[in-house]
Design a protein around this ligand. Sequence first.
Ligand code: ADP
Length: 261
Amino acid sequence: MPTDTLPNPEKSPERSSGELIRLEQVTKRFGDNTVLDHLDFSVDAGKHVTLIGPSGSGKTTILRLLMTLLKPDEGTITVDGQKLFPATEKERREVRKQIGMVFQQFNLFPNMSVLRNITEAPVTVLGMPKDEAVERAKGLLDMVGLADKCDARPAQLSGGQQQRVAIARALAMRPKVLLLDEVTSALDPELVAGVLDLLRDIARSTDITMLCVTHEMNFARDISDQVLMFDSGRVIEAGAPEKIFSEPEHDRTREFLSAVL
Ligand code: ADP
């Protein structure tokens, strides 16, 4: 991977460590359904944390809260010491710039070229000069193996290619945090490995903090510094991947892993 196209913050010894994301006593309800129940957890800068657990246990809701697509009913969320909830819309917008997300369904802008999909937010949200945004987008497209697709529309690409564009689009904002929500679930099986390899490369070669929801347990084992096992809106077990996958303590974790592995 060419190092000049890597997202900031690049891997460097000076990079700040310490806590980047903190959720405290976060509760989220949809009607009578309490999806997250006084949830506490934090993620240190530069770490790769994977959320696993049964469908409906609240994993995606956490990513959507961090993306400010949802608001918690109670609790506080901070990113890099800045408040995301509770906060004013202005404060939230500032924090939000530091967070990139890749969705299961790609969510590219269908009427824009691949290049424009990537340059749009840096220009309109960050105020990056257009030339610089274009140059950077081309570097990122090169990095994800799609240098020749600048002018294509999303519909002309395979699912795997669209997901690579979505990854490049998220990185173009130079986020401190990358949220990955089951990014290979909508892909044809033969396209999954390529996208996961790209994410492994990004995880290895940058200091970007990653929070992933995935059903790909081998990928989780490879890239994670920490795995959080969710059940009914709570973290029931957390630890290094070797521990969670090889010596889970909780019956629920054992049951879940034996069903998916
Ligand atoms: P997971 O990612 O672990 O599969 P989710 O966070 O997607 O779980 O969902 C947790 C629970 O919240 C589920 O019961 C789901 O039906 C419910 N839920 C999620 N989003 C909404 C919504 N927008 N409206 C109502 N219920 C929702």
